[in-house]
Design a protein around this ligand. Structure first.
Ligand code: ATP
Ligand code: MG
Length: 295
């Protein structure tokens, strides 16, 4: 449904206007049924080669939100910056990291799993060593499939595995796309956001053709949305024009609570559970479950 000129736009959780920020009818996604059994996991790569769009923030908070609905969640830090590991407050040195798992099939992937302060949310950390992976993997046989091999032993243990990709379309990201069942693209609501998405979707199409025929685009999640600015509203309108139903109904508003929660090393759903941004990520979790992207 196209948005009419001058129509009010609302931020989820803040008021009761029937039209959501995407211009579609505003939806409340029902609380999901609890799961009676667990696994095998659906693997979702959080991917956008543009930096600072909310990949890591979404991995942390969507992971925590899904865990709060009883899903067993594994988050994989796939960025040498290690921001996901830091944001979840786990150590990254003198521990087994994702790099060790990529390098040697002799390391048991379960040895790299760390629990977080959130029940049901585990993480495999990364540190700067992972930046050497690009060089090491270049000469490997089937170098795009190494993460797929690593995940084989982990999928039975979880309902969903979220991969926090680095801001590039290099060999690590291609590994993530090859191992994934679905891709979730966080998109910052600002003018240049759309530019890179065409290239990203082209890359996903290439991976589908050559490496992973089953990969699906699970959704585009608008982040850092500010309903008070015309700019944010216009960008979101263009994103919806371009990608239609692939844009999630739930959008995440811009708030300083995210940097605050990151410093504290815990998800916003724990740091400020009543905050609209915490509720937004709970809604993203319910929407993805309703769409069938997560069990
Ligand atoms: N909805 C939001 N409102 C305000 N700030 C946000 C929001 N989401 C994320 N941020 C902040 O924006 C910055 C970038 O977010 P984040 O690290 O999640 O992006 P990223 O895509 O993972 O970045 P990179 O490409 O560097 O890995 C962080 O400081 C984070 O706290
Ligand atoms: Mg990141």
């Amino acid at each position: 449904m196209a948005r009419r000129q001058g129509e009010r736009i609302s931020l989820p959780g803040l008021d009761e206007t029937p039209v959501g920020p995407t211009g579609r009818e505003k939806q409340d996604f029902a609380d999901p049924e609890p799961l009676n059994s667990h696994g095998p996991a659906r693997v979702i790569a959080l991917c956008n080669q543009k930096g600072g769009v909310g990949k890591t923030t979404t991995t942390i908070n969507l992971g925590a939100a899904l865990a709060s609905y009883g899903r067993r969640v594994l988050a994989i830090d796939f960025d040498p910056q290690g921001a996901l590991s830091a944001g979840l407050g786990v150590p990254t040195h003198d521990v087994t990291t994702i790099y060790d798992l990529l390098l040697s099939s002799k390391v048991d992937p379960m040895d790299a799993v760390q629990q977080t302060s959130v029940e049901g949310l585990d993480v495999i950390p990364a540190n700067i060593d992972l930046s050497a992976a690009e060089v090491h993997l270049v000469n490997e046989v089937a170098r795009e499939q190494i993460l797929t091999r690593v995940l084989r032993k982990l999928t039975p243990e979880y309902d969903v595995i979220l991969i926090d990709c680095q801001p590039s379309l290099g060999i690590l990201t291609v590994n993530a796309l090859t191992a994934a069942h679905g891709v979730l693209i966080p998109l910052e609501c600002e003018f240049f956001a759309l530019r890179g998405v065409a290239l990203l979707i082209e890359t996903i199409d290439k991976v589908r053709d050559r490496l992973n025929p089953a990969i699906e685009l699970d959704g585009i999640l608008a982040t850092m949305y500010d309903s008070r600015t015309l700019h944010s509203r216009e960008v979101l309108e263009r994103v919806v024009d371009a990608f239609g139903d692939r844009v999630l109904d739930t959008v995440v508003g811009r708030t300083v609570k995210f940097p605050d929660a990151s410093v504290a090393g815990i998800p916003i759903t724990e740091f400020a559970p009543e905050h609209p941004a915490a509720k937004a990520y709970l809604s993203v979790a319910r929407e993805l479950i309703q769409r069938g992207a997560v069990a």
